[in-house]
Design a protein. Structure first.
Length: 265
């Protein structure tokens, strides 16, 4: 479940077009951009929730951006089957949409499909999203088109219509240093025990301008994951297809610091 949806490389590429006055000559067409990205993380958090049972993650993807603002991409990561993916250990995200900036204002709309090969029963999720930005501030709203990662309500009802609101700030301090903050609100339809808020405070540093970016972020949530009370976000490290859960369980919404090293190429 990729958390930024569009890699930094794509965001940078889409920031190039700007509005010009009627008297200015038309700028040369921006050629399509293809960019890859890779990251090593101390653990993988999706909307604040641990996806790798506290273990490291290797992640990477590829994005294609057209000068019109249309884009498509793929992003992948290892996951723990115990995070709700019986028999699976890989996440594959496929997305496409349109993103454009107009001076300091940006808009983004698209579709996102999460796929977990090898899961039985099959686990996936489909979302549409709408976003806007102003300078270093952004907001994005995600809406689930089906049962949210195949979860059902306590009465067996559908969780279609679950949503997530992402509020973020990313500020370039200069000298390769950046700071970022995030607050998220997740509401699972008709399932209050699975709904929560999450937050993040982080810093990034481009090592000597090499493009290799070090990151450190404090992440916390209000998710209910107390294993002593068998709460919803108490996850094990594995979840075989037969439904057995191992005893190595932990609060998947616990506060933590996540370290990353990534590069766009």
């Amino acid at each position: 479940m990729q958390k930024t949806i569009l890699s930094l490389s794509v965001a940078a590429a889409l920031a190039v077009p700007t509005l010009v006055s009627a008297q200015a000559p038309a700028p040369a067409a921006t050629p399509p951009t293809v960019a890859g990205n890779m990251t090593i993380a101390s653990e993988y958090r999706f909307r604040g929730i641990d996806q790798t049972n506290g273990k490291p993650a290797i992640q990477g993807g590829l994005d294609y951006v057209h000068s019109s603002g249309l884009y498509v991409g793929n992003w992948n990561s290892n996951v723990s089957s115990g995070a709700g993916f019986p028999g699976g250990n890989v996440e594959m995200d496929f997305y496409g949409g349109w993103k454009k900036t107009f001076g300091d204002v940006g808009a983004d709309v698209g579709f996102l499909y999460y796929y977990y090969p090898g899961t039985s029963p099959k686990i996936d999720n489909k979302e549409i999203y709408f976003g806007g930005s102003w300078k270093f501030l952004s907001a994005k709203f995600f809406y689930s088109l089906g049962d949210y990662f195949k979860a059902l309500t306590p009465t067996g009802g559908s969780t279609k219509g679950s949503y997530y609101l992402d509020l973020a700030a990313n500020y370039d301090v200069g000298g390769g240093l950046g700071v970022n903050a995030h607050f998220g609100v997740f509401k699972m339809k008709d399932f209050s025990d699975a709904s929560y808020n999450d937050w993040k405070l982080g810093v990034t540093y481009d090592v000597m301008g090499s493009g290799w970016v070090l990151g450190a972020a404090y992440i916390g949530t209000s998710a209910k994951g107390d294993c002593a009370n068998a709460e919803f976000y108490c996850f094990g490290s594995t979840l075989p297809s037969n439904g057995d859960v191992d005893q190595n369980r932990r609060n998947a919404g616990r506060d933590t610091v996540v370290l990353t090293l990534g590069k766009t190429f």
